[in-house]
Design a protein around this ligand. Structure first.
Ligand SMILES: [Mg+2]
Length: 273
């Protein structure tokens, strides 16, 4: 009888401790994930970007498609000279070492961390990029670099691009950010004098502001409405580390607290089955 009583007490204790643990886990899952490391969630995307052969294949696939479409679109009749407009970061230069460093030390992106990385001018060309842009040059198609890197970083950015072997790296072909991250005005000023036959970017805002403010569908409808442009005029590259997609999860507001953002990320996971 005594043995049974001791056994029951142990079972009860184990059960209640499990129950408490489970309750604790459920209640504090968001708080704990922020406490462990506020950038822990970014580890997976950064690892995929840096180590997966699939990421490399996707860059090559996108640049192969860009080459195919360049040969096709170059035949468009126009009195203007032909050009392509390209984004820089995570489209043709790889800045993932900065994201990797931040993820390792448990920190998140800051403008200061970004500027410190940029001023080193160490970003490497992404797979397929040099071949494609030098093919543009060979075909007489000019390349415009339309990027939201700050205008203050123009010299080091040009040095970085030149060191990597990109063509058309001169002031006339650089359109960096002076005030607004909206690229429309800069894009329009290129379009005045050029027939732009392709756009390349890892963020849909590289193509149009229509992909900017995303609602509850995270921009799915506007992508569907413009589906004929993807792969024909717009060439998209993969970026699971950061971008407009993440901003949409935070209801287009990066100023929310780390805890609030962690909560919104969990809420955005679609587990209806
Ligand atoms: Mg980019």
């Amino acid at each position: 009888m005594k043995k049974i009583l001791i056994y029951s007490t142990i079972v009860l204790l184990i059960f209640s401790s499990c129950k408490n643990n489970n309750e604790l886990k459920t209640e504090n899952v968001v708080k704990d994930s922020v406490k462990v490391s506020k950038s822990e969630y970014s580890v997976s995307g950064t690892l995929w970007y840096q180590t997966s052969a699939e990421a490399k294949a996707l860059y090559i696939q996108s640049y192969n498609l860009a080459t195919f479409m360049l040969d096709k679109n170059i035949k468009i009749k126009s009195k203007k000279r032909k050009a392509v407009i390209t984004d820089i970061d995570e489209t043709l230069l790889d800045n993932s070492p900065m994201n990797a460093r931040l993820a390792k030390i448990g920190e998140l992106y800051t403008d200061e961390a970004w500027e410190n990385w940029v001023k080193q001018g160490k970003a490497k060309a992404l797979p397929g990029a040099l071949e494609f842009f030098n093919y543009c040059k060979k075909k007489g198609v000019e390349v415009f670099y339309l990027s939201n890197r700050s205008i203050a970083s123009q010299d080091i950015t040009m040095k970085n691009l030149l060191n990597e072997g990109f063509p058309y790296v001169d002031i006339q072909h650089m359109y960096l950010k002076e005030k607004s991250s909206d690229k429309t005005a800069r894009r329009d000023s290129i379009l005045k004098n050029y027939e732009v036959i392709l756009y390349l970017g890892d963020n849909l805002r590289d193509f149009s502001e229509d992909y900017g403010q995303r609602g509850d569908d995270y921009g799915a409808a506007v992508v569907n409405d413009t589906k004929n442009l993807f792969g024909t005029k717009f060439i998209v590259f993969p970026n699971p580390m950061y971008g407009e997609w993440e901003k949409a999860i935070y209801k287009n507001d990066y100023s929310k607290s780390d805890e609030e953002k962690a909560k919104l990320r969990k809420e955005a996971l679609q587990d209806n089955y």
